[in-house]
Every structure is written in structure tokens, then in C-alpha cells.
Design a protein around this ligand. Structure first.
Ligand code: ADP
Ligand code: MG
Length: 880
């Protein structure tokens, strides 16, 4: 990119103004309003023209050395261009003309009215309704790390703090913010910045003056914003670091949004102690909100469960899925509500139909408060509010928990009345072109509208009267843009023109006149159009302001609607997919009968998924070692156990015939051989990091899922590590940790022999002819077969290679481990020891004769029979 300097450019007053404004927004692309366009100059223009795919021109002539690169976009299309810039990772400062150009003396006054950054988006075009868009701030005070998150579009404002930075970053990861603010001192290469980039490579880091994060001023700023004397009411008076982060974040908002921020009305501490914890890699491995491979929502658990009708409900579902509960009572209460709706399909259907007509109340409210809501937004708000009375009535009629939900629903009826009376159904998105306000709402407006509409009739009346008075039959009233209204009299009739006609214009065959009456009419009509537009805008703004005052009630109602939608969704899912209500206990067992994987089962034809039982406890079934060939279904059964536990703790029904879930505090999953190139670490390193995390943090109430660990290194290393990890887990704190361990190291099944809390399972496979069939059924006992070569054949490896592999397998000795897990190779020389069963599939041809031979007891044979047998054997051998 060619750097364009501004030093030598001859500076016009407008350019002077531009440069001053730009100097205050160095890190943003400045959209500078000029009439009907937003213009960009200099480097901004060069960048924007590339990103937006628009033509770069210049202000001066082409050969001028001082030419200023320039590009522009029409103001009415700003949203889509803005969206492009933000998606490309830029910040945009929007600079408007803040006085009427007609009244301006010299250069029109301009001001930046809004800075849009990836974390500060409220435009519909940029928001995904099923997702929150968070702006985060993070800073350190003493030993503590403070974190704050805000969704500007809904007003949700969260705060938390922790000593443990990785744990904090994990929580941050759950909410995946689009932009993160951090104090300037955390420069380009600071450890914090690097950590953040490693965890959240796609979010934009914004460095802010350190002073914004001073705890005292930050706290003061929050007190002023919330108009409170302390933060105790929000439960975060003690969170010094968290408050510093929240205050730093608020300052950024105040500087970038020239609007009230009244919809941000509470600071909510994130309470990690009450939720089921999961680290970032576990969430990823379980594909809760996106798939591992494609990173898409489609194919995730969230996608499968989301039958919500409103965006608020969908966002709540996602949040609850990422933060399941840990307290038995709270979980049971959710489950009971879901059950009530599950058992009342009619009611549920009615509620869901009503909810379907509710728009995104939280975001509509956000736009109302920020002053960007248009006519269509208010109409959407009105339609949403219109559903409330019936929703409330339906809920109230149900009993129990649902009835108590209805008590919280504020119907906001006076707002609805106001919107119904004031806003036209077909109100456009623009605010300056009229058609916003309904007839009958305001008398002055009605008069202006009728004046405009009746103008034609008035003219005709005036024309008729003047004809009668003057006796000129072809007198006519006309209008043109330059001269306005006039009375035209043909040349032949000029003699009859009365004295009060004032001459205006002379044509070849006619003269045009004006009268006092016509002049007054003209003033009224032309004024009326301007007045009407102005008045409509004022009335609209007043209605919007009234709605904004109810912000907190709207948000409250939106919150309850989200809950109702969430519960209806879980009940609907339960019915559609045949889930059952789990029993939640304080105990330590997880007992799942005929459990299914919620996502994989949906991808298969109905009834094709093979359900499996899982029993985990802390006595005899604490560590389950699951063996079985590739593709048997090991990973599936592991994950479904974690998912069922998680879904139950979220308060949802589960894909199983029955389930008893002793609440767990954390779920850890470690999935082998998945690349984590993002962090630039080797696969094995990542695998061991994650394993270390599990061993260091798992408690006796945790659930651990280990899928083929030790795969990333040599066989003996891997086996030794896997063995040691399993041993550690089974003995942890004397109680051990509930663990399911899928492995291809058959040797691990030996652990069960010495440890009563370890049990072996395998996933059944049936041999059939020369191939194998996957039964996907989990059975007790280990297996020592891996069928690797059969799977290779099934996968299409050429027959020649498969045959050679069989041959090689023959020659390789196996089972070099003793019961203690020590390799025997070091002490004993390799001996050829046949592995029973491993090769059976491939030796069927030659074994027919041999099998026959085995059946024979030579002592019971007569000489004659022996001779017959000899022939038979010979024949068998020849046939083969
Ligand atoms: P493994 O981890 O043993 O290699 P996976 O769990 O990845 O096997 O399963 C491989 C495939 O087998 C899955 O993608 C799925 O299509 C199918 N599968 C697994 N478990 C079942 C099951 N219980 N019922 C039906 N199909 C299953
Ligand atoms: Mg697997």
C-alpha cells in the first residue's frame, strides 16, 4: 500500500476538519458524511476500496502530485458496507453532519456519532440472532484477574474475577467474545496478549489507556452509570479486579457510543461455583456448540436441541448448555418444569405458536435505548407485546411451576396501546420520509396530511371560482417547479384579467399570474410537506423515548419469555426425539440404561442407533476400560455418556430409556490425536497438556472421558503413559475418579485383574466370511483383537497390501507386557508366540482340513475309519 502523506496537501477548511476528526480516531476507518455519501480519504480510502470492492478515485487531477485518494459509499447503503468492514476486522467511526447544511456558516459541523467495532455491533445485519456478541475486558489487579463481558445489543453486563488465569480464559472461551479490551501496558508481545490470542485467535484485541482500569475510578464510573452508592446490590463490591475490568469496559462504551446506555442496568457476577465446569478443549471435543472439523453449528449438540422459537430462547439455551448446573435442587426444578410442559402437549403447542410471533425483544429494546430503532423495529415490538396477554393467560391457567412463571410476565399493556395508536403498520425503515405515524394520533399531523391530500380539490375549487368571477372559461391553475403555482390566461383573454392578478411570467401565447389567495395556498402546501416530515419524526422520537423509559421492564419480560421458550424447547425435543426425564441425585453413580448419542442418532435412520448401558460408580465400576476395533463405536459411547450427564445437569431430558445421574462437578474429555494447530503445539504436547490438566484438577465428583490417549507417541511410551494415567485416576485421593477410557492398547485390560474398581468392556464385532460387522454393542469383558487389517480392507486399502499386511502380522510377536505393565522385551529375548484368534479370519481355508483333524480322537477310530478319514482329509485339502 502506498503511504499517502498529508503534509504537502493544500488544505481546504473541510479537509482541515476531516484531519482533526481523523486524528482522534486513528485506529478506525473514518466514514465522513458528505451530503448523500460517506467519504473516505487517504489511507482509509485505499484500505476501504480494497475491502469493500469500490473504486478508488482522487480529489485532485490525476497528475497532481498532491492528489488525495478518495472513495465513497451512498449513505442509505451504509449497513452492508459497515458489515463488510467489521467482518474484515476493522473498526469504523461514523462521522455525521450535525447541523443543517443550509444553515451552516462555513464548513458544516460534523461529529463522530458512533464507533463500530467487532465487539460493539448492534446492527441487525451483523448480528446472529442465536448468539450473543460480547465485548470483553480483562485486567490484573494484584493477584487477581478481572474479567467483564458486555453484549451491547441486549445490555447484558457480566463480571467475574479469578486468581487462576487459564481458568478465567476458559470461562472467557465459553462466551467467545468478538473483541477484547486490555490495558495498554499489555503490549503487542505481552504474555496476556499471547495467551488471549492462543485461546481466542479470532477475536480482535483493543489496547486501552491503563488509567481506564484504575479500580477506584472504574468503580466510580460504574456507580455513576447505575446511579447507586455501592456495588453490593449487584454482589460484586468485593471484586476489585472484576470491577476494574467492568469500569474499563464502560469507559470504552461511553467514548464510542454517543447515546444513552440505559439498557445496561445491572452488573451480573458470573458464578462459576454453581455451574458444571468444563475446560475449553472438553467443550470442543464434545461438539457442544460447533463441530470439531468444520467449526459449524450444524452437527453440534446445540443445533440438535435448538427448537426455540425466539432468539432470546435460543441464546439462553446456548448459555445453559455451556453452563449446566451443579446443584441438585436447581436441576430438579428445571426438570420438573420441562416435565410439566412435556406432559401438556396442547399447552406447549399453543405457547410455541405464540412465541413464534415474538421478535428479538432484547435487541429491539437495545436499539430503542441506543436511539437507532426505526419504524419497523417499533412495529416488531408492538407485535411481540401483542402476544403477551394470551401467553400470560395460558401459563396462569396451567398450575404449579408454569403458573408461577406467568406471575412474572409484565404485559406492558400501556406501551402496546401507545404503539398501536401511534405507529403505522407499514412504517418504513427510514425516519425522515414520513409514513411513520397513524392517522388520529396527532391532530396537527392529521391537518397537515389532509391539507396535502386535499390540495388538488382546493386548486380545482379556486380555478372554478376565478373562472366564474372573470368569465374566462379557459383560465387554468398550474404548477411548475421554478415558478410555483400560477393562473394561466391565453393572450386573447388578457383584457378580462382583473386588477388583483399579479403578472408573473410571459409566454408566447399566454401570460401567467398569481393572486394573493393562490400565494397563501402555495405557502401552506409547500410548508406542509416539510412540516409533516418534521412532525412525524418528532412524534416518532417521542414514542421511542417513552418506550426507552420502559427498558428495564421490557428486558425483564424478555428474560421470562426466554425461559418459557427454553423450557418449551426442551419439552418439545424430549417428545420429538423420545428422551426421558433423568433422576438427579447427590450420589456418586451414573447409571444410564439404553443411552444414545443425541447427535449421531439423528443422523441415522430411525431405530438404527444401537443403545448402550453404562454404569459408573465409585466402588466396582469406577474406571471402565473400553476396547474394540476402530469404528466399533468407542468414541460414541464415551461421548454420549458425557453428553447425557451434561444435558441432565442443564435440566433437560436425555436420550436414554432411563438415567440416574449423580451430579458431577466437572467433565473432562481428552480425545487423542486431534490436532491443535491453532496453538502451534505438537499434537502430543497438547494431548499431554490436557492430560496433565485432568490429573491435576479432577476431583472425586468429576467425570473423565479419555479417548485413546497416548496415541501421539511410540507404542511403548503411549501404553506406559496410558497405563500410569489410568492407575492414577483409579487411586486418586483414595476414592478415584469416574472414568471411561477407550483404548486400542489391549494390554490395559490387565488393570482389571489387580484393581477391583476397574472393569473391562468391549464393543462387539461379528466376524462374517472374510469381513467384520460392527454391532456397536457394549459388552462386559476385554478383547484382544483389533481387526485392524479387516478395517483397512473395509476402508478400501488394495487387496495386495491387505494380503501383505496379513503375512507381516503373522510374523510379528505380540503381548510383550506382563501384568505389571512392564515390557518383557528387555528381559526376555523375542520368542515367536502365536496369538490365538488374531489371524483366525484369514486362515479359514487351510484350517478346514486341520479343523477336521482336530475333531478326531485317534483312539476311537477303527482301522477302516482311519483309512476313510485319510481320504477325506486328502480330498478336503485338494478342494482348497
Ligand atoms: P471408534 O471410536 O470405536 O473408532 P466411533 O465411536 O467413532 O468408533 O464410531 C464410528 C461410527 O460408527 C460412528 O460414526 C457411527 O456412525 C457408528 N456408530 C457408533 N456407535 C454406534 C451405535 N451405538 N449405533 C449405531 N451406529 C454407531
Ligand atoms: Mg474413536
Amino acid at each position: 500500500m502506498t503511504k499517502t502523506t498529508t503534509a504537502s496537501v493544500k488544505i481546504t477548511p473541510m479537509m482541515q476538519q476531516y484531519l482533526e476528526i481523523k486524528a482522534r480516531h486513528q485506529d478506525a476507518i473514518l466514514f465522513y458524511r458528505l451530503g448523500d455519501f460517506y467519504e473516505m480519504f487517504f489511507d482509509d480510502a485505499v484500505t476501504a476500496s480494497k475491502v469493500l470492492g469500490i473504486t478508488l478515485t482522487s480529489r485532485n487531477s490525476k497528475d497532481d502530485e498532491n492528489r488525495v485518494p478518495l472513495c465513497g459509499i451512498p449513505y442509505h447503503a451504509v449497513s452492508s458496507y459497515l458489515a463488510k468492514m467489521i467482518k474484515a476486522g476493522f473498526k469504523v467511526a461514523i462521522c455525521e453532519q450535525v447541523e443543517d447544511p443550509k444553515e451552516a456558516k462555513g464548513v458544516v459541523q460534523r461529529e463522530v456519532v458512533r464507533v463500530v467495532t467487532p465487539g460493539l455491533v448492534t446492527d441487525e445485519q451483523l448480528l446472529d440472532d442465536k448468539d450473543n456478541r460480547y465485548l470483553a475486558a480483562i485486567c490484573q489487579k494484584g493477584k487477581e484477574w478481572g474479567l467483564s463481558l458486555l453484549d451491547l445489543s441486549t445490555g447484558e453486563f457480566l463480571v467475574s474475577q479469578r486468581e487462576d488465569l487459564p481458568a478465567l480464559l476458559d470461562e472467557l472461551g465459553r462466551l467467545s467474545p468478538s473483541e477484547i479490551l486490555l490495558p495498554e501496558e499489555s503490549g503487542e508481545d505481552s504474555p496476556l496478549a499471547n495467551e488471549l490470542l492462543a485461546y481466542l485467535p479470532h477475536s480482535c484485541l483493543t489496547r486501552r489507556p491503563t488509567a481506564g482500569f484504575y479500580p477506584e475510578t472504574a468503580r466510580q464510573r460504574l456507580l455513576e452509570h447505575f446511579r447507586v452508592v455501592n456495588l453490593a446490590g449487584f454482589g460484586c463490591e468485593e471484586m476489585k479486579a472484576g470491577v476494574a475490568a467492568a469500569g474499563g469496559l464502560l469507559l470504552y462504551l461511553q467514548e464510542t457510543q454517543k447515546a444513552t446506555l440505559d439498557h445496561i442496568e445491572r452488573l451480573i457476577p458470573i458464578e462459576f461455583d454453581h455451574v458444571l465446569l468444563m475446560d475449553e478443549s472438553s467443550r470442543r471435543n464434545l461438539e457442544l456448540t460447533q463441530t470439531i472439523t468444520g467449526g459449524t453449528r450444524e452437527g453440534s449438540l446445540l443445533d440438535t436441541l435448538d427448537l426455540c422459537q425466539t432468539p432470546m430462547g435460543a441464546r439462553l439455551l446456548k448459555k445453559n448448555l455451556l453452563f449446566p448446573l451443579r446443584e441438585v435442587e436447581a436441576i430438579r426444578q428445571r426438570l420438573d418444569t420441562v416435565e410439566q410442559l412435556y406432559l401438556a402437549p396442547r399447552l406447549r403447542e399453543e405457547l410455541r405458536e405464540l412465541l413464534a410471533k415474538v421478535y428479538d425483544l432484547e435487541r429491539l429494546n437495545g436499539r430503542v435505548v441506543l436511539g437507532t430503532a426505526n419504524g419497523r423495529d417499533l412495529t416488531a415490538l408492538k407485535c411481540s407485546l401483542a402476544q403477551l396477554p394470551e401467553l400470560k393467560e395460558k401459563l396462569a391457567a396451567a398450575n404449579g411451576l408454569l403458573a408461577s412463571l406467568s406471575a412474572h410476565l409484565d404485559e406492558l399493556s400501556e406501551l402496546r396501546t401507545l404503539l398501536e395508536a401511534g405507529i403505522r403498520e407499514d412504517a418504513p425503515v427510514t425516519l425522515r420520509e414520513g409514513n411513520l405515524i397513524k392517522p388520529g394520533y396527532n391532530a396537527e399531523l392529521d391537518e397537515l396530511v389532509s391539507l396535502l391530500r386535499d390540495g388538488k380539490a382546493l386548486i380545482l375549487g379556486l380555478e372554478a371560482r376565478e373562472r366564474a368571477r372573470t368569465g374566462i372559461n379557459n383560465l387554468k391553475v398550474g404548477y411548475n417547479k421554478i415558478f410555483g403555482y400560477y393562473i394561466e390566461i391565453s393572450r386573447g383573454q388578457l383584457a378580462h384579467v382583473p386588477d388583483d392578478f399579479i403578472r408573473k411570467q410571459t409566454l408566447v401565447n399566454a401570460e401567467r399570474f398569481i393572486t394573493q389567495e393562490l400565494k397563501e395556498f402555495e405557502e401552506k402546501v409547500t410548508g406542509a410537506q416539510d412540516k409533516r416530515l418534521e412532525l412525524e419524526y418528532r412524534l416518532f422520537s417521542a414514542i421511542r423515548a417513552t418506550v426507552a423509559e420502559a427498558s428495564s421492564r421490557i428486558l425483564h419480560t424478555a428474560g421470562w419469555l426466554a425461559k418459557i421458550d427454553f423450557f418449551c424447547c426442551l419439552a418439545e425435543v424430549a417428545q420429538r426425539y423420545r428422551y426421558t426425564k433423568p433422576v438427579i441425585t447427590d450420589g456418586e453413580s451414573i447409571i444410564i440404561t439404553e443411552g444414545r448419542h443425541p447427535v449421531i442418532e439423528r443422523a441415522l435412520p430411525p431405530g438404527r442407533f444401537v443403545p448402550n448401558d453404562i454404569h459408573l460408580d465409585q466402588e466396582s465400576e469406577e474406571v471402565l476400560i473400553i476396547t474394540g476395533p476402530n469404528m466399533a463405536g468407542k468414541s460414541t459411547v464415551l461421548r454420549q455418556t458425557a453428553l447425557i450427564t451434561l444435558m441432565a445437569q442443564m435440566g433437560g431430558f436425555v436420550p436414554a430409556a432411563a438415567a440416574e445421574i449423580g451430579v458431577v462437578d466437572r467433565i473432562f474429555t481428552r480425545v487423542g490425536a486431534s490436532d491443535n494447530l491453532r496453538r502451534g503445539q505438537s499434537t502430543f504436547m497438547v494431548e499431554m497438556n490436557e492430560t496433565a490438566n485432568i490429573l491435576n484438577n479432577a476431583t472425586d465428583r468429576s467425570l473423565v472421558i479419555l479417548d485413546e490417549i497416548g496415541r501421539g507417541t511410540s507404542t511403548f511410551d503411549g501404553l506406559s503413559i496410558a497405563w500410569a494415567v489410568a492407575e492414577d485416576l483409579v487411586n486418586k485421593n483414595g476414592r478415584g475418579v469416574k472414568t471411561i477410557f477407550a483404548t486400542h492398547y489391549h494390554e490395559l485390560t490387565e488393570l482389571a485383574a489387580t484393581n477391583t474398581r476397574v472393569k473391562n468392556y468391549n464393543i462387539a464385532v461379528r466376524e462374517w466370511n472374510d469381513t467384520i460387522i460392527f454391532l456397536h454393542k457394549l459388552l462386559p469383558g476385554g478383547t484382544n483383537r483389533s481387526y485392524g487389517i479387516q478395517v483397512a480392507a473395509l476402508a478400501g486399502v488394495p487387496a495386495k497390501v491387505v494380503a501383505r499386511a496379513k503375512e507381516l502380522l503373522h510374523n510379528i510377536e505380540q503381548g510383550e507386557f506382563n501384568r505389571q505393565g512392564e515390557p518383557r522385551i528387555a528381559t526376555s529375548p523375542r520368542k515367536k508366540k502365536p496369538q490365538p484368534g488374531q489371524l483366525s479370519l484369514f486362515s479359514t481355508e487351510e484350517s478346514k482340513a486341520i479343523r477336521r483333524l482336530r475333531e478326531i480322537n485317534p483312539d476311537s477310530l477303527s482301522p477302516r475309519e482311519a483309512l476313510d478319514l485319510l481320504y477325506e482329509l486328502k480330498r478336503l485339502n485338494d478342494v482348497e
